[in-house]
Structures are given as structure tokens and as C-alpha cells.
Ligand binder design. Structure first.
Ligand SMILES: [Mg+2]
Length: 456
């Protein structure tokens, strides 16, 4: 991951040290030596994460953080506070100034890289969300509840796996102020919960009796249902080996015991936010991709998809010298169905037609609704004789059984089919479509409910 990290410290040696460690992990590093300089850099440059020293002459870290978060130009930039002493009061003041996470001096390597990676990843997802928000505004779509929820790191569902009663109680008490928290002592039960219940975050103690918490993390990562769930582990000081092993397994973050509740809350919030951003973006991407290629009424591909995909099928057929045929189907007298029974019945007929239509296509065929009552199948590896069989089977399947339009009424529906096949290298999607359309017209002219492969 590449991210631009701004290191702010009044002592050059501290800046150099952090710079060296971050550069070794391929982060791009900018530096500033005072609060004011940090504000200037944030306004001027693209910054993904600020590492901000608390103790600085003049404007201290708390004030600088507050100003970054108050400025509309910079408020989206995450800030990690670097505190000299492990003082809870520093953390409270840090959170009040808007800090996103904390590091304590002397800065531990694992903590530094884990913190920066997590915060940078959240920033990237957040940038994407902001972009999406401005796009939906441009398209005139209002931001919905799902969007608002996706921006928040509050009211998550957290599963805590800890079998030490006092520790579990303290965690649950702190988390429950903002999140719905479930404490599970038994790791096996915890896994069952993950597979049957919805959570936004898993917190696992690495000090469980007779069970390696990392095993649970690994199991959670390997199940489809829980593999995207953020995981935070609770680590004993000095247990760097298992901490690193955990991070290797895909654990997202950790909190060192004895647990500082402010740190804990900050990390939980970031992870929940990150998950929600990612879920939202994934869903809206799936939806928009789906909406752009699928016909909403029938679930078949739409014309746009067909027009793109037929080019690929056509060039493959031409290159390999294999046949390709096109089938065009049109429901007979469909206007009369709409006029007589109304558009709802018309839609029902289109849906039932589409089901039967889809049943008569193979996996390799490209079936779509072109629009109105017109449908098309592009059939690779299919010569005109075979295409004729497909057309005839489809025609018969439509005509054989009546279409149910209400509990007590059924109507007879038929369709006409026109076929065309790839004949020369000069054939294009347009010429094939035109030939199939002429054949369809011939089928109509000959009395409908029939298949035609020529325009005569
Ligand atoms: Mg300092």
C-alpha cells in the first residue's frame, strides 16, 4: 500500500527516525517541524495520514489536530497522535481534539506500521465514499440511510471472545456505551455465532485458557461468511511473536494489555467504519454493475450488454472459423395484450415469456431482452440448422401452454422467430441483426407463430 504520511515533530532526530521506518515500508513521507507547518502542508499537499507529536513548542499537537479537523479543506485527513507519556489524560484530550488513533513514544515498529496501515486504508475507503457521494449528488440521487450509516463508526455489533471474567466485563462495559456487545467465552461457540449472526467486528483475546485465539482468527478468515470481518486481538506485552503471526493471518489491529479503553474505543471505531465503507462500496458497485447490464423486468441481459458482448462472440467465431447464429423473437400481437388487459398483465406475460425463453438457451448462449416485446439470443458454435431447431423448440414452448395472467384467467401467447447466421468475414453485428430482423418480418408475414431463416 502506498500512502503519503506527514510526520510532525519538533525534534529533527524523531522525524528522521519515523521517516526511515516508514520509508522502509514503502510509505511516502513528508515532514513538518511545528504545528503551523503541519497545517500548511495539509492544506497544500495530498496527505493520507498525519503522525502528530503532542509536545511541541508554540502550537502543541492537540491544537494542531483540532485545527486540522476544523478546516473543511483538511478535516478528512486522519491524525495519529504521538504521545510522550502513556497518560490516559493525553488520550482523552487527543480524542477531544479529533485524533483517530494513538502511538506512544518510544514508538514501537509493529505499532507504527499497523496503525499507519489501518488509518491509511480507512482514508482511502473514505475518499472513495466522498467521491461516490458527490457522484450521487450530481446524478440527483439523495444520500440514503445506508450511506449515512456507512459513514459512521457507531452502534456496531461487536463479538468479544475473552474467558477472563474481569477483563471481559470491563471490555463489555466500555464497548456497550457505543456498541452492541456480545461476550463469548467459548471459542467454538464464538465461531458458531460468526457463522449464524451478523457482526461488525471480532475482538479476540490471545490469553484464552487452553485455546489459541489465533486459531479462531484463522478460522474466521477462512469462512466465506466471516472472511471480511475486521478482527482486533488483545495481546500481552512482550508477545510480539504471536502478534506478528496474527497480523500475518490477516488480523486488522491489536490492543496491548493492560487495555487503555480510549485506545480500544478509537480502534474499534476505525475498524467498524472501515468495514461499513467497504461493504457499502462493494454493494453499490454490484448494484450499479448489475443495473447496467440486466433488464429489471425480466432479469435477462439488456440490449447494452448484448451490444458489447456480441462483438466478442463475433470476433471469436470469425477467428476460429466456427459458426454463429442469431435468433430474434417477437411476441405476436403483444400490443393487443396490453390494450386488452393492461400493462401489468403485459409485464406478467413478458416475465413468463422470458422464463421460457431462458429455458431454451444454453450456458454459452447470450440471451437478452432488446426492449419492448423483442428478444434475442446470440448462439456461438451454432449453424443455421441447429439454430432452426432452437427457434422451433422455443416457438413450440411458448405456444404449447397458456400464460396465466390471474388466478382464474389464462391467455394464449405465440411468438415469431427470425434467424440469421454468420456467412462471411464481412458480417457484422449490424448485418446479422438486420438479416434476423428481415427473417422475423417474413415469419410474421407468413402468419406468425412460426420460425423463418430467410427474408423471402
Ligand atoms: Mg516534541
Amino acid at each position: 500500500m502506498t500512502a503519503r504520511v506527514l510526520v510532525v515533530d519538533d525534534i529533527l532526530a524523531n522525524v528522521k527516525l519515523l521517516e526511515a521506518r516508514l520509508s522502509a515500508e514503502y510509505f511516502e513521507v513528508l515532514s513538518a517541524f511545528s504545528g503551523q507547518e503541519a497545517l500548511d502542508v495539509c492544506e497544500r499537499e495530498r496527505v493520507d495520514v498525519v503522525l502528530l507529536d503532542v509536545m511541541m513548542p508554540g502550537m502543541d499537537g492537540f491544537e494542531a489536530c483540532k485545527r486540522i479537523k476544523e478546516n473543511p479543506k483538511t478535516h478528512h485527513i486522519p491524525v495519529i497522535m504521538v504521545t510522550a507519556l502513556d497518560q490516559p489524560s493525553d488520550k482523552i484530550q487527543g480524542l477531544e481534539s479529533g485524533a483517530d488513533d494513538f502511538l506512544t513514544k518510544p514508538v514501537d515498529d509493529i505499532a507504527l506500521i499497523t496503525r499507519v496501515k489501518n488509518i491509511a486504508r480507512l482514508k482511502m475507503l473514505n475518499d472513495e465514499m466522498v467521491l461516490r457521494a458527490s457522484t450521487s449528488k450530481r446524478l440527483g440521487m439523495t444520500e440514503n440511510d445506508a450511506f449515512a450509516k456507512a459513514l459512521s463508526g457507531h452502534s456496531g455489533r461487536v463479538l468479544v471472545v475473552d474467558d477472563h471474567p474481569r477483563s471481559a466485563a470491563r471490555l463489555s462495559e466500555a464497548l456497550s456505551k457505543v456498541h452492541e456487545t456480545v461476550v463469548e467465552q467459548d471459542p467454538q461457540q464464538a465461531m458458531n455465532r460468526l457463522l449464524t449472526e451478523d457482526y461488525d467486528l471480532l475482538v479476540v483475546s490471545l490469553s484464552l485458557n487452553d485455546f489459541d485465539g489465533l486459531r479462531l482468527c484463522s478460522q474466521a478468515r477462512s469462512h466465506e461468511r466471516s472472511r471480511r470481518l475486521p478482527i482486533v486481538i488483545l495481546v500481552e506485552p512482550g508477545d510480539d511473536a504471536r502478534l506478528l503471526r496474527g497480523l500475518d493471518l490477516g488480523v486488522n489491529d491489536y490492543v496491548m494489555r493492560p487495555i487503555d479503553r480510549h485506545e480500544m474505543m478509537a480502534r474499534v471505531k476505525s475498524q467498524i467504519k472501515r468495514k461499513r465503507h467497504a461493504d457499502f462500496l462493494r454493494h453499490s458497485l454490484e448494484e450499479s454493475v448489475e443495473a447496467s447490464v440486466v433488464d429489471a423486468l425480466t432479469g435477462l441481459h439488456n440490449r447494452r450488454y448484448m451490444e458489447t458482448h456480441i462483438q466478442t462472440l463475433l470476433s471469436t467465431a470469425k477467428e476460429s472459423g466456427r459458426p454463429l447464429s442469431v435468433l430474434l423473437a417477437d411476441i405476436d400481437h403483444f400490443k393487443k395484450v396490453n390494450d386488452t388487459y393492461g400493462h401489468d398483465v403485459g409485464d406478467t406475460v413478458l416475465q413468463e415469456f422470458s422464463k421460457r425463453f431462458a429455458r431454451n438457451t444454453r450456458g454459452v448462449d447470450l440471451a437478452c431482452r432488446l426492449g419492448g416485446e423483442e428478444f434475442m439470443i446470440v448462439m456461438p458454435d451454432t449453424d443455421i440448422a441447429l439454430a432452426y431447431q432452437v427457434g422451433e423448440r422455443l416457438r413450440a414452448c411458448i405456444a404449447a401452454d397458456t400464460f396465466t395472467i390471474s388466478t382464474e384467467q389464462s391467455i394464449r401467447v405465440t411468438a415469431s422467430v427470425g434467424l440469421a447466421t454468420l456467412e462471411s468475414k464481412d458480417d457484422t453485428a449490424q448485418t446479422l441483426f438486420k438479416k434476423a430482423d428481415q427473417a422475423l418480418y417474413a415469419a410474421k408475414r407468413r402468419g406468425r407463430n412460426r420460425v423463418a431463416a430467410d427474408a423471402a
